[in-house]
Design a binder for this molecule. Structure first.
Ligand SMILES: Nc1ncnc2c1ncn2[C@@H]1O[C@H](COP(=O)(O)OP(=O)(O)OP(=O)(O)O)[C@@H](O)[C@H]1O
Ligand SMILES: [Mg+2]
Length: 253
C-alpha cells in the first residue's frame, strides 16, 4: 500500500531528506503535468537533495571561515586605482594557487583594497567547498600565544587544517612580540611542509619585515618559505576610504 503525502513527509523528515521535502509537492505536480518517467522524476528529486546539502555545507564553511562579509571582485572599482594588478587578482580568484599550494602576498598602502580582494578570494574558496580560515594576523598570533591551556598542536590545528589561510594586515602594529614572531614562523613552516596556501595582506613593504620581526634570521626563514611558491601583488594608489570620507563630507556641506 502506498503512503499518504503526510506519511511521506514524515518519512522524509525522519530520514533528514529536507531537500526532497522542500520540493516534493512541486515535483509531483511537475511530473504529472509533463508526464515524466519515474527515473526522470526520481533524478530531479535526488538532485534537489544534493543541491540543498551542498548549499548547507557552503553556509557552514562560510560560518567557520571567520569571514565577516561576502565580497567579490565584481563590485570592486578597478578604475579608481588603475595600477592595481587586476589580472593577478582575477588569477588568484580562480583558486589555482590554492590547488597548487602556492602563497599570495598583497602589499600596498592603506585603503587600496587589499583586504577586499583577499576576502573576495577567500569567499570564492568557500563557495567551491574549500575550508578557509580568514583572520586578522595580530589576532591569530595573539591567540596562539595566550591560550597556553591547549597544547601547541591543538592551538595551531585550525590554522593548519584550512585549505586556505588568510592572514589579513600582517604587521599592522609594526613590531610584533618575539613570541608572536615565533608562532608565525611555526605556522608558515608547517603549512609550507603541508603545501597549503597562505594569503597575506600587509601595508608594510617586504624589505622592512625583518625589522618588524625583530630578527633577520627569523624573517629570512619565514620569507624563504612564503616566497618559494608565491604570487606577489603590489597595490598602488589612493585610499578608497578617504574617497568615501570625502564624499560624505561633501554631502554634509
Ligand atoms: N577600488 C575599490 N573599489 C571599491 N571599493 C574599494 C576599492 N578599494 C577599496 N575599497 C573599499 O574601501 C574599503 C577599504 O579597503 P580595504 O580594507 O580592502 O583596504 P586595505 O588595502 O586592506 O587597507 P589597509 O592596509 O588599511 O588594511 C573597503 O570597504 C573596500 O571594500
Ligand atoms: Mg586591510
Amino acid at each position: 500500500m502506498s503512503m499518504t503525502m503526510m506519511e511521506i513527509e514524515k518519512a522524509l523528515k525522519q530520514l533528514r531528506l529536507s531537500g526532497i521535502q522542500a520540493t516534493l509537492e512541486t515535483r509531483v505536480l511537475e511530473a504529472q503535468a509533463a508526464n515524466l518517467s519515474f527515473l526522470e522524476t526520481f533524478s530531479m528529486v535526488l538532485q534537489d537533495e544534493l543541491d540543498r546539502r551542498q548549499s548547507r555545507q557552503i553556509e557552514q564553511r562560510y560560518k567557520q571561515s571567520g569571514l565577516d562579509e561576502r565580497t567579490s571582485l565584481s563590485e570592486f572599482d578597478w578604475g579608481f586605482n588603475p595600477k592595481i594588478p587586476k589580472r593577478t587578482c582575477f588569477e588568484l580568484n580562480t583558486l589555482k594557487f590554492v590547488a597548487e599550494g602556492e602563497n599570495a602576498i598583497l602589499i600596498g598602502p592603506p585603503g587600496t583594497g587589499k583586504s577586499h580582494v583577499a576576502k573576495a578570494v577567500a569567499y570564492s574558496a568557500v563557495r567551491t567547498g574549500l575550508r578557509v580560515m580568514y583572520v586578522e594576523a595580530d589576532e591569530l598570533l595573539t591567540t596562539l600565544v595566550v591560550t597556553p591551556t591547549l597544547g601547541k598542536q591543538q592551538r595551531l590545528k585550525p590554522a593548519l587544517d584550512a585549505d586556505l589561510l588568510v592572514l589579513d594586515d600582517l604587521f599592522m602594529a609594526r613590531r610584533i612580540a618575539q613570541e608572536n614572531a615565533d608562532e608565525l614562523q611555526a605556522l608558515i613552516h608547517k603549512r609550507y611542509k603541508l603545501r597549503r596556501s597562505v594569503l597575506i595582506t600587509s601595508n608594510r613593504v617586504i624589505a622592512d619585515w625583518d625589522a618588524y620581526l625583530g630578527d633577520t634570521a627569523l624573517a629570512t626563514t619565514i620569507l624563504d618559505r612564503l616566497m618559494h611558491r608565491s604570487v606577489l601583488a603590489e597595490f598602488q594608489g589612493q585610499s578608497y576610504r578617504l574617497r568615501e570620507a570625502a564624499g560624505r563630507l561633501a554631502k554634509d556641506l
